[in-house]
Design a protein around this ligand. Structure first.
Ligand code: HDD
Length: 733
């Protein structure tokens, strides 16, 4: 019933003691077997509720998010009311005559409309727009010497649920806006849930959580007109960050390519704060958590991000869901940057309690300690992705927080916000939030209580039911640490350096990345109406780097002020994301332009080679349908009317293709401008030239026929992500 522990009389029992297991048993639900899809249609089972319900290997019906046979989820062949009453008609309200008014007694009408009226819950005050996936974390075991956290023990496999998000946009906003991305992982460990609630940038805009409402109010749309949506290119954001210079380092990251990731699978993740690890001997070390994507760190280019926001606002969530469905899981390795736990909590002069600072990887290596694999899409967006509740206070033995004042405020906010968002204190009973271990918490009653608690002793101590000990040596113990100080509203003086690490970030960028940062600042500041704010931000940039300031000022047509940037800053090459060698291409999409009469066997050869590396080939043509005959056929998955270049990491024109649609040159030119690989075989090169593409330019690959070697050359080029030589002279990228 409740797993390994004997149920005590005061344990929580969900729904019905006789049929259901412990919270989390049977959850997450077993994935259904099904054929892989190439297109993005929802699986049949999601589209057709009347279809026979899939069964688990045990033969039990498994539907929706459930504890196996949860009766609260949809079940049965007949449409019913919420009371289980079979319905004969759900399309017509009960009326006094066919043309008459509806009757108050129509309980079905009232129940249906009432429930609909209350379907929405408040969206998250930040990170409202998100997408998530289930998966597993497998520990390598090499962290055992520094932490007793069980999920990091050798060979341990832990179920996880990971939600990615943007910060500023509303729930329905576009995925590809320039913003920070959330990277929140819930580990359902054997010691209870551990949440690592991080971002794709390792620093934060503010040093003290008390300023969180300020930075968010400044970044969110203006309160009068509620524009602009999901972006920082407006007066209040730049007013705040130019007045509040501790944000400068994070602003540099946000204006860099990190602000527009290619996909969730190509994003790094960071715990941001310094945490404290404790091993079995009670020894401690400080640590920064890193997620390293196996697919490499890659981004969109700005114009592409803007096009995608209109052409496919769901660009990132679609990419993740389709990739998982196509058998290309998202993979990341967890890295620990271990730092000695010294009394002053600094490392090489860097204050480890200051969340606006990084520790360059060149100074402290990131040791990889396990792998996260996200390989299963949620069954129901609301039940799982929307209702998941992360909390920095969901910790396990062996991991503690530090006195970072940003983290300290987070420890309050995450629990607090769920009370409004999820309607009360029992959100931990929602299936997605349930730990996968027995819960024995003495917390009782409250709104939306779904457990039927047994017994009469939800208190401690008690002399009635055996009064189990609350903790043995496996319990969570806050390491005793001395604390003293004068009560003040102040930051340590070491928090005062707001610019040196912004300079470090700028100097670590390649030429093409610097060009993107300059463009991003210029774009955003040119959307700011108040000239004084533009000028103030230029004064901030002057303290980061004179060249950066001058280039942005030139774009804005303003004089460049002078500042005092830190001298002798040593760059950190690890911060640049330009790959030096081809990386994996799983999840990448190669568009092949074709038409009736094109070399379909050639397309099939390219598809085979791409699929062997986890990439996808999509055929683009003027009209839909099927190309080729006999055994070798290709389905047209995108028509020129319904696609844009942003959907592809490379575009290739098949030999023999003839296309007259004027949208083709636009597609090819965009792909070229966005530094994507272009290719053609046979006569396909003529279509490239007709579109004005310089076929001698870097990254334009031509072949006489599509053979294995040409496919490999093309896919290797995709592994470099972009052809940056096209944007910046060779050698400078
Ligand atoms: Fe936060 C959500 C990450 C500072 C208050 N935060 C939220 C999410 C992520 C982060 C990824 C979305 C979780 C999900 O997918 O449900 N937040 C961060 C990081 C921070 C940070 C990396 C700094 C290092 N946050 C921060 C501060 C505060 C909050 C300083 C308040 C004092 N954050 C919240 C919140 C949210 C939230 C209001 C909104 C929804 C939620 O918590 O569940 O409590």
């Amino acid at each position: 019933m409740w797993g390994r522990a004997e149920p005590s009389t005061h344990q929580r029992v969900l729904f019905e003691p006789s049929t259901l297991g412990r919270p989390g048993a049977g959850y997450p639900p077993t994935p259904f077997e099904g054929s892989r899809r190439r297109n993005a249609m929802p699986p049949k089972r999601q589209r057709d509720q009347a279809a026979p319900k899939p069964t688990s290997p045990t033969g039990k019906v498994e539907v929706g998010v459930s504890f196996g046979d949860d009766r609260r989820a949809q079940a049965g062949e007949h449409l019913t009311t919420a009371q289980g009453l079979r319905l004969s008609d759900t399309d017509h309200s009960l009326k006094a005559g066919a043309r008459g008014p509806s009757l108050l007694e129509d309980f079905h009408l009232r129940e249906k409309i009432t429930h609909f009226d209350h379907e929405r819950i408040p969206e998250r005050v930040v990170h409202a727009r998100g997408a998530a996936a289930h998966g597993t974390f497998r520990a390598y075991g090499n962290a055992e010497s520094v932490t007793k956290a069980g999920f990091l023990a050798k060979g341990r496999e832990t179920p996880v649920f990971t939600r990615f998000s943007t910060v500023l946009g509303s729930r329905g906003s576009a995925d590809t806006v320039r913003d920070v991305r959330g990277f929140a992982v819930k580990f359902y460990t054997e010691e209870g849930n551990f949440d690592l609630v991080g971002n794709n940038m390792p620093v934060f805009f503010i040093q003290d959580g008390i300023k969180f409402p300020d930075v968010i109010h400044a970044g969110k749309p203006h309160p009068d007109r509620e524009i602009p949506q999901a972006q920082t290119a407006h007066d209040t954001f730049w007013d705040f960050v130019s007045l509040h210079t501790e944000a400068t380092h994070h602003v540099l990251w946000a204006m860099s390519d990190r602000g527009i990731p290619r996909s969730y699978r190509t994003m790094e993740g960071f715990g941001v704060h310094t945490f404290r690890l404790v091993n079995t001997a009670g020894e401690t070390s400080l640590v920064k958590f890193h997620w390293k994507p196996v697919a490499g760190v890659h981004s969109l280019v700005w114009e592409e991000a803007q096009i995608a926001a209109g052409a496919d606002p769901d660009f990132h969530r679609r990419d993740m869901a389709d990739g998982i469905e196509a058998g290309a899981p998202l993979e990341y390795e967890l890295g620990l940057q271990l730092l000695p736990d010294t009394p002053d909590e600094t490392f090489e002069g860097i204050d480890l309690l200051d969340p606006t600072k990084i520790v360059p990887e060149e100074l402290a290596e990131v040791v990889l300690v396990g792998k996260l694999t996200l390989d299963r899409n949620p069954t129901n967006y609301f039940a799982e992705t929307e209702q998941v509740a992360f909390h920095t206070g969901h910790l396990v033995p062996g991991i503690e927080i530090t006195n970072d004042p940003l983290m300290q405020a987070r420890m309050f906010s995450y629990l607090d916000t769920q009370l409004t968002r999820l309607g009360g204190p029992n959100f931990t009973q929602l299936p997605i939030n349930c730990p996968h271990v027995p819960v024995n918490d003495n917390l009782r009653d409250g709104m939306h209580q779904t457990a039927i608690h047994q017994g009469v002793t939800p208190y401690k101590p008690n002399g009635i039911d055996g009064d189990r000990p609350i903790a043995d040596d496996t319990g969570y113990v806050h390491l005793p640490r001395p604390v003293e100080g004068v009560k003040v509203r102040a930051n340590p003086v070491s928090f005062d350096d707001h610019f040196t690490q912004a300079t470090l970030f700028w100097l670590s960028m390649s030429a093409v990345e610097k060009a993107h940062i300059v463009e991003a600042f210029t774009f955003e500041l040119s959307k700011v109406y108040e000239m004084a704010i533009r000028e103030r931000e230029l004064a901030v940039l002057a303290n980061v780097d004179g060249e950066l300031c001058a280039r942005v000022a030139a774009g804005l047509g303003l004089p460049a002020p002078t500042g005092k940037p830190a001298k002798g800053v040593v760059p950190s090459p690890a911060l640049s994301q330009v790959p030096v060698a081809p990386g994996p291409i799983a999840g990448r999409v190669i568009g092949v332009v074709a038409s009736p009469g094109a070399d379909v066997p050639g397309i099939a050869k390219l598809r085979k080679a791409a699929e062997a590396r986890g990439a996808v080939v999509r055929v683009i043509a003027e009209v839909g349908g099927q190309l080729g005959k006999g055994a070798t056929k290709e389905v047209v998955e995108r028509t020129l009317l319904a696609t844009r270049s942003v959907e592809f990491d490379a575009v290739v024109v098949a030999g023999g293709a003839t296309v007259t649609d004027p949208r083709l040159p636009v597609l090819l030119q965009e792909a070229f401008r966005h530094c994507k690989v272009l290719g053609a075989w046979g006569g396909g090169a003529d279509l490239l030239r007709a579109a004005g593409i310089d076929t001698d330019a870097p990254g334009v690959l031509l072949a006489d026929t599509m053979v294995k070697a040409s496919a490999i050359a093309l896919l290797d080029a995709v592994g470099l992500h972009r052809v940056w030589d096209r944007a910046v002279p060779a050698g400078e990228a």
